[in-house]
Design a binder for this molecule. Structure first.
Ligand code: ADP
Ligand code: ASP
Ligand code: MG
Length: 448
């Protein structure tokens, strides 16, 4: 399934990307550089891009599952690692791959220099583990390019301006490093190289018949990323949209054309020769196992209590997703409020809530990590009735019980038991005729 190919703006972008001399930012994910062979394969590709006459900046992730392995190691040492030290540890992963890639490129006869996030001018706020980029000063990268080098930058990391502390951007954050550099350097294109041929209508590891999308609007990609499709980091999509960076998501294992994410905000419907071409109703299905469900039981049903709960959660720097408030149980004057948040933020949120229990006056907290979220995304939902009916019928036919529901203009999400999530994704994918004819190729990675 693909979007109409008549969007003038996107055509311009692709034409621009095809011109001979370009500044290209290429980002290679962990599965593309999982071992020495992978690093050499990527190095050849990078050298080829430079030989074709381009200026090339490369952003790399940590090799394979290095970041997860470092997390496991830390967990064996302590259950309360200081956030600062976690960032010192995790940022080491990307330093290994950047240096090895630079070595491999030099071996192949081109000249490369590697830079840590701080050397590359990635300035962030000070929230360890999920820092936000607040400024990029790429002058060292620009100088390296001017001298004819390929610049290799460690993804996922930055530095605070005043205290010069090392920070990381959150899991999957190298995508955001790449787009931020592309914006700061006014690159022609940001290529995100990964282990699948592009963005599909569902995760090809779960739905083998998922269909590759040729072009997707940033609006829909934002919803997909926010709903857990980890093919792109959410903030990368936000950044690309804000700064108009053309994103091309493709495989580092093949030469196939990937998926273009159209950055402009006005690319929803294209009118050509008087004909309104609509986007497909549905662009895809996303799933997410990284969230837990919290239920605050017996909250006094009076104004201000929900505000108090969510203020506590906000102070703990937790990102709330779905929220449901049940109807007050008759006569008790109390109600239950459920919400989901990232599992990694669960412990801090629970501690903060328990501390506030006497003041807020709720009865109990229930916490469940054994849940999964499924989301159906499509800009055409706005104007097509019946999408919800098909959606809920498909889940009921598949015998899947629903815990929570939330919707936006272009998304329907439900929370189910984690064990039922994959079946639910396949059922919805099929119900909306998203299955393709061929099996999607997954070239590498462990899906961890
Ligand atoms: P990288 O290491 O290159 O950053 P990630 O593991 O972060 O790679 O992202 C690529 C993975 O995203 C794919 O292997 C696939 O399992 C998963 N994925 C989830 N949703 C989608 C989707 N809609 N389209 C393609 N891949 C998806
Ligand atoms: N290495 C980091 C992670 O595994 C960042 C990234 O790969 O984008 O999350
Ligand atoms: Mg990634």
């Amino acid at each position: 399934m693909s979007l109409p190919t008549t969007d003038v703006k996107t055509e311009d972008l692709i034409a621009q990307a095809a011109k001979t001399k370009q500044l290209i930012v290429q980002k290679f994910g962990g599965s593309s550089v999982s071992d020495a062979e992978g690093i050499k394969r990527v190095a050849r590709r990078v050298v080829d891009a430079q030989k074709a006459g381009n200026e090339v900046v490369v952003v790399v992730s940590a090799m394979g599952d290095t970041t997860d392995e470092l997390l496991d190691l830390a967990a064996q040492v302590t259950d309360s690692a200081p956030a600062r030290e976690m960032d010192m540890l995790l940022s080491a992963g990307e330093r290994i791959s950047m240096a090895l890639l630079a070595m491999a490129i030099n071996k192949f006869g081109a000249s490369a220099q590697s830079f840590t996030g701080s050397q590359a001018g990635m300035i962030t706020d000070g929230i360890h583990g999920k820092a936000r980029i607040i400024d990029v000063d790429p002058h060292r990268i620009r100088t390296a390019l001017d001298k004819g080098h390929i610049a290799i930058v460690a993804g996922f990391q930055g530095m605070t301006r005043s205290t010069r502390e090392i920070t990381t951007l959150g899991r999957g954050g190298s995508d955001t490093t790449a787009v931020a550099l592309a914006a700061a350097l006014e690159a022609d294109v940001c290529e995100i190289y990964t282990d699948v041929d592009g963005i599909y209508t569902a995760d090809p590891r779960v739905v083998s018949t998922a269909t590759k999308i040729d072009r997707i609007s940033s609006e829909e990609m934002l919803e997909l990323a926010a709903s857990g499709a980890k093919i792109l980091h959410l903030r990368c999509v936000e950044y690309a949209r804000r700064f108009g960076v053309p994103l091309h998501v493709r495989s580092s294992f093949s030469q196939n054309e990937g998926t273009w994410v159209m950055p402009s905000a006005d690319d929803k419907i294209t009118i050509q020769e008087g004909v309104a071409l609509e986007q497909p109703i549905i662009s895809g299905v996303a799933h997410d196992r990284s969230e837990a469900k919290v239920t605050v039981v017996g909250v006094p049903d009076i104004p201000g209590k929900a505000a108090a709960i969510f203020q506590v959660i906000a102070k703990a720097h937790s990102n709330i997703d779905m929220i449901v408030q049940n109807v007050s149980t008759h006569g008790t004057g109390r109600t239950d409020i459920s919400f989901t948040l990232p599992i990694v933020e669960g412990a801090d949120a629970l501690t903060a809530l328990r501390a506030a229990q006497p003041e807020i006056g709720f009865e109990n907290i229930e916490y469940n990590e054994n849940v999964g979220k499924l989301s159906l995304i499509g800009a055409g939902m706005r104007s097509h009735p019946g999408v919800s009916a098909t959606f809920f019928k498909a889940l009921s036919d598949a015998g899947i019980n629903i815990n929570m529901i939330s919707t936006s203009e272009i998304r329907i999400s439900v929370v189910t038991h984690a064990d039922l999530l994959d079946d639910a994704v396949r059922a919805i994918h099929k119900a909306f005729d998203l299955d393709g004819d061929a099996e999607a190729t997954v070239y590498g990675g462990t899906g961890r």
